[in-house]
Design a protein around this ligand. Structure first.
Ligand code: HPA
Length: 246
């Protein structure tokens, strides 16, 4: 089954039909993970808003392990992460879409692996290419006529505060093209458990110091509203393509 993890701006499964909410108990939380299952043009889809119902859980408090484990336990084997980002590269201005190719981890203190306790042997996964290339190509094709940058390096910062201008300049020198707070450990956990994962990034602001304005939630909200329609269009086509390919 294909799954969608919705980020800021995509917390409701309004694009699905016949929705049911499932409560999944995981080894990683006392509370169950709530996953919505439904259909899109007849294809089964799972949906999980990573910030929880009502968008209340900040990036550093998300229980990424519980979320990925729960999705895997109900049969999700391909997963699209939708992420709002701040743009660094000229191709990633507000309102632009990207399907990043690489990711750099600047987070700290997050529970970030399934391979920690009770191991028979120490396990290191290959993460040279952090996103599943087949799913990435499927997403790129699902953009159709929409303007989309089919590459880029996603820098994952800890948040929840936004960056300083100097931090953004350092990230740019590191090779980062866009900045978000939730791409990791999500992508790595998906690889560890055996889920094909790729990301749709929607730029909602220029990263700190790259425009004359300070970054406001109001301005971000406006761009999100404008851009989420395109993201949903991509998801719709991607799900149909997935159903015919698999
Ligand atoms: N930085 C980090 N995460 C973000 C940003 C940003 O500028 N915009 C949206 N998510």
């Amino acid at each position: 089954m294909i799954g969608i993890i919705g980020g800021t701006g995509l917390s409701e499964p309004s694009f699905l039909n016949s929705v049911q909410t499932r409560q999944i108990i995981t080894p990683f939380d006392e509370k169950p993970v709530q996953i919505v299952t439904g259909t899109l043009h007849g294809t089964d889809v799972s949906f999980l808003p990573r910030h929880g119902k009502g968008h209340k859980v900040p990036p550093h408090r998300i229980n990424y392990r519980a979320n990925i484990w729960a999705l895997h336990s109900i049969g999700v084997r391909a997963l699209i992460g939708v992420n709002a980002v701040g743009g660094i590269h000229p191709e990633t201005g507000p309102g632009r879409l990207a399907v990043p190719e690489q990711i750099i981890d600047y987070t700290w203190g997050r529970e970030h692996t399934f391979f920690a306790d009770g191991l028979d042997t120490v396990t290191h996964i290959d993460f040279t290419h952090p996103y599943d290339e087949t799913l990435r190509q499927l997403l790129i094709h699902s953009a159709g006529d929409l303007r989309l940058w089919p590459e880029g390096v996603y820098a994952c910062t800890q948040g929840p505060r936004l960056e300083t201008a100097a931090e953004v300049e350092r990230l740019r020198r590191d090779g980062a093209d866009m900045i978000g707070m939730t791409g990791l450990p999500e992508a790595a956990l998906a690889r560890e458990i055996g889920i094909a994962y790729a990301c749709i990034a929607l730029s909602v602001n220029w990263a700190a110091g790259l425009s004359d304005d300070i970054i406001t939630m109001e301005a971000i909200g406006e761009v999100l509203q404008g851009g989420m329609g395109s993201v949903l269009m991509m998801i719709e086509r991607a799900v149909q393509q997935y159903a015919s390919d698999y």
